[in-house]
Design a protein around this ligand. Sequence first.
Ligand code: ATP
Ligand code: MG
Length: 393
Amino acid sequence: MALKAFLIKYGEIGIKGKNRYLFEDALLSQIRFALRDVEGKFSVSKEQGRIYVEAQGEYDYEETIAALKRVFGIVGICPVLQIEDKGFEDLAEQILDYIRQIDPDPARTFKVHARRARKNYPMDSMTINCELGERILREFPKMRVDVHQPQFNLYVEIRKQIHIYSETIPGCGGMPVGTNGKAMLLLSGGIDSPVAGWMVAKRGVQIEATYFHAPPYTSERAKQKVVDLAVLVARYAGPIRLHIVNFTDIQLYIYDQCPHEELTIIMRRYMMRIAERIAKESNALGLITGESIGQVASQTIQSLYATNEVCKMPVFRPVIGFDKLEIIEIAKKIQTYETSIQPFEDCCTIFVAKHPVTKPSLKVIQRSEEKLQEKIEAMVDLAVSGREIVVCK
Ligand code: ATP
Ligand code: MG
């Protein structure tokens, strides 16, 4: 069947009035972004409170569905058969044909849902429902009407053209990116942070990201892996500006001045401080990390307390209550997992002490940081101003 159009269903809770336009416009632009690499030409439009994607000529059906399934805010994708209005007889014939193509010998309960969006059509919705229902019963003797829990819902919308659809492919839900401000993701090469970024983007938040690398201790390839991950998250979240911060000197300085078992915590505090500074410059209103309680020494409740203390901005930790396996499940679903498990060094792990503190005392950490007073401000300034910015899409 030559289905060339898709009706896009989206959740409408809380999007009344002016918000509705913002929501729909963001959705249109995210759909266009998602389709840009799909084979074929598409028009994406909004009419009478509905969003349509129409292929202009040849296109790749499977790829189109896959791309639309990555757009936050879409709850359902309905492949639509569009036909010209050549009178009711023709419509009835085409509908019988449509059903035959789905199943030559259908034995299902069904319901017809006609909607007359064009009021000058000579029959009203009720009459269309009854007439079409009768034709279907006559043509397919094993079908039965069930208006309460039909197995097969046939939608017929009378517009300039007539739209026929019956299938709804589930979308990924959420809110269109761009409807809920911006946040800064601390993106490492691991499994957790890309998932965390994806989860926050799903709520409509635009994402920027900061990655700390430590050349020559971390390689060019490790950095490329993070860029690759940002590109993968961008398939859902739209283009991501990735700030790559050279953390080597700061790390070495902390290593020289502070007790080694506190190194990870102090380093993490500087990551948060720097990410917050860049976030402010980017007008982001929150930070995102892939932390999960108890996963490693730097993520005990005491460590999280000590890390969090340096930030004024809210820190979003969407995987905080997830087990590793639950995070992996999402990473696989969003296809970041294979990239995340490539074995490249992370700057966090390079100078790690054998026995890092697991219950850091904030007072003790603050006292250790005093030893950095002389140079740290200048080093942070340099790291921030010297950062590299890559737009990942
Ligand atoms: P992930 O799998 O996300 O890398 P992890 O299990 O390796 O997490 P940690 O290394 O303790 O855990 O990092 C916790 C969080 O801190 C990460 O999820 C990420 O948000 C941030 N983070 C860690 N290392 C870096 C880095 N090099 N650059 C940017 N953010 C980082
Ligand atoms: Mg990590």
